[in-house]
Design a protein around this ligand. Structure first.
Ligand SMILES: O=c1ccn([C@@H]2O[C@H](COP(=O)(O)OP(=O)(O)O[C@H]3O[C@H](CO)[C@@H](O)[C@H](O)[C@H]3O)[C@@H](O)[C@H]2O)c(=O)[nH]1
Length: 503
């Protein structure tokens, strides 16, 4: 498998909405001043199709857009699990004390993806024996032991000395996704997040940063938020008022020591502490701006080498996460404005479903038309599902819409039936692949790795190379913990880990 120095993690319901998002992230990763300790560049989660008036606050503006500005001005923003570009090195342990010169360790593999030795290693890495190791999920990879593995991993990285950057482009949202719309789903999500945040992580039994170019054109800039002065003034005035109030409560308690005075003091003390803990977000909010066009120009002129990029898309259940949508998310990442030979998309299927694999076999075929179509027409919304749902796809784009509709109907037919029947399998190779789905269940099965597109051999209808597309369902056994999404991501990191060290 490839071992790109930069990794993008995407939940299956969060598609790319801006093809130059990787270049924006690289404006930070390629800055020699911050690259040595930069673990990740986090983009906000933005949502489509919220219910009318967003009555349940699904947009979560404070969590995803306001507070991160303040965290960015202090030690760095937390990790939101999706829409996040990681430096691979940050998943392998603390930042090195001094900059090292071992970039070769994280170069992409030169061997063809579908070669036997690469596939053998990938199968081995997707095995569940690693879930019992001391290292994975504890010292390296995404961290285990918390319901909110994203927040916990980001927090542990910051404790190790890594930093992070929050990138919220004003031009257009970089990623768009689905938020829970019903009250019950919102409550379920909040319950899990809150339990995760207050959870004491259970102990589990279980490098290099992107090639940094010499100092060059300015790729990003930042300045303090214009509200910073007002925020600080407000903090001082409010704090003075709180102190006066608490002083009054204490004086009252001294003169009249009754239960009600004590309760009032305690209540205001709790509220004052809650207020105090949230002031970090307001102290030094930062606004950032990147210059991806300068980076493109430098790359075109040959003065910068864009590092390889691995995109990890996670899915876990074909009935809750429709395979057509998951495939659209992967297609939106495959259509990034990025050299195809340096872009790989890995799909982790924790549901080990033949329906998801069918969707990706079809998506690989559709990519041959979709990627050149996006390039030629200059389309920004590169998730086919979002593009056609927003009313595009009429007139001169009808042909591509017909191809997409065929794909959608085929996958939805299979989902309705609950299995992939013979009529949906068109080639002997695909038939051989689906033969693997025999005699196992989704909770007890061997690792399955399927290279669907190999950049070194597959091209689109215009003759240009396509990015790599790999389907991976890690091994699961009833006797071994699987660590949910963190385990799934680690199987993907691992499939490149040994290789990156061996290079
Ligand atoms: O065993 C599992 C469980 C989940 N997932 C995937 O993880 C993602 C997020 O799971 P979901 O159930 O949708 O959780 P949410 O609460 O919607 O997700 C938010 O909260 C999670 C926990 O903090 C983060 O991991 C996510 O990135 C963040 O979007 C989805 O793509 C799932 O397919 C797996 O791959 N394996």
């Amino acid at each position: 498998m490839t071992a790109a120095p930069v990794i993008l993690t995407l939940d299956c319901d969060m598609h790319s909405n801006d093809p130059i998002a990787p270049l924006r992230a690289l404006c930070y990763f390629l800055d020699p001043a911050i690259a040595p300790t930069l673990a990740y560049v986090q983009f906000p989660q933005r949502f489509l199709g919220l219910n009318s008036g967003d009555i349940y606050g699904g947009e979560m503006r404070r969590v995803f857009r306001i507070d991160p500005l303040g965290m960015d001005g202090l030690r760095g923003v937390g990790n939101f699990g999706t829409c996040c570009f990681f430096s691979r090195r940050s998943l392998y342990g603390p930042p090195p004390a001094a900059p090292t010169n071992d970039e070769s360790k994280v170069r992409s593999a030169d061997w063809p993806l579908s070669s036997e030795s690469v596939l053998r290693r990938a199968h081995e890495a997707a095995g569940c024996r690693y879930e019992n190791s001391e290292e994975w999920g504890n010292r390296i990879g995404f961290r285990y032991g918390s319901l909110v593995e994203d927040y916990f991993t980001g927090f542990r990285m910051q404790c190790e000395g890594w930093r992070s950057v929050f990138c919220d482009p004003v031009e257009r949202p970089a990623f768009l996704g689905q938020a829970p719309k019903s009250l019950i789903d919102v409550l379920r999500q909040y319950r899990r997040w809150t339990m995760g945040l207050y959870q004491k992580p259970s102990p589990t039994k279980a490098s290099s940063s992107p090639a940094t170019p010499p100092a060059m054109v300015e790729l990003h800039t930042h300045h303090a938020h214009p509200r910073i002065l007002f925020n600080r003034l407000h903090i001082f005035v409010y704090a003075a008022a709180l102190l006066a109030l608490l002083y009054r409560h204490t004086a009252l308690l001294e003169s009249r020591p009754v239960a009600s005075s004590l309760l009032l003091l305690l209540a205001d003390l709790v509220l004052a502490l809650m207020w105090l803990f949230s002031q970090g977000f307001r102290w030094r909010p930062l606004l950032r701006q990147e210059f991806p066009d300068r980076l493109s120009a430098a790359a075109a002129a040959g003065s910068v080498w864009l590092p390889a990029l691995d995109v990890f898309v996670c899915t876990a259940d074909p009935y809750k996460e429709p395979p057509v949508s998951v495939a659209s998310t992967a297609l939106s990442a495959m259509a990034f404005d990025y050299p195809a030979g340096r872009l790989s998309v890995y799909v982790s299927d924790d549901g080990c479903s033949e329906l998801t694999l069918l969707a990706f076999i079809e998506a690989a075929k559709f990519a041959r038309y979709w990627l050149p179509f996006c390039r030629e027409k200059g389309i920004m919304e590169r998730s086919p599902e979002a593009y056609f749902e927003s009313g595009n796809g009429d007139g001169d784009v009808e042909e591509i819409k017909i191809i997409y509709e065929e794909l959608r109907c085929k996958i939805e037919r299979a989902v309705q039936k609950g299995y992939v029947d013979d009529t949906l399998i068109t080639s002997p190779e695909d038939r051989q692949t689906f033969e693997k789905w025999k005699n196992f269940t989704r909770k007890d099965h061997p690792a399955i790795v399927q290279v669907l597109l190999d950049s070194s051999r597959d091209t689109d209808v215009a003759g240009d190379p396509l990015p790599n597309l790999v389907y991976l369902s890690r091994e699961k056994r009833r006797s071994t913990p699987h660590h949910f999404k963190a385990g799934a991501l680690n199987a993907l990191v691992r499939s490149n880990y040994h290789q990156s060290l061996a290079n």
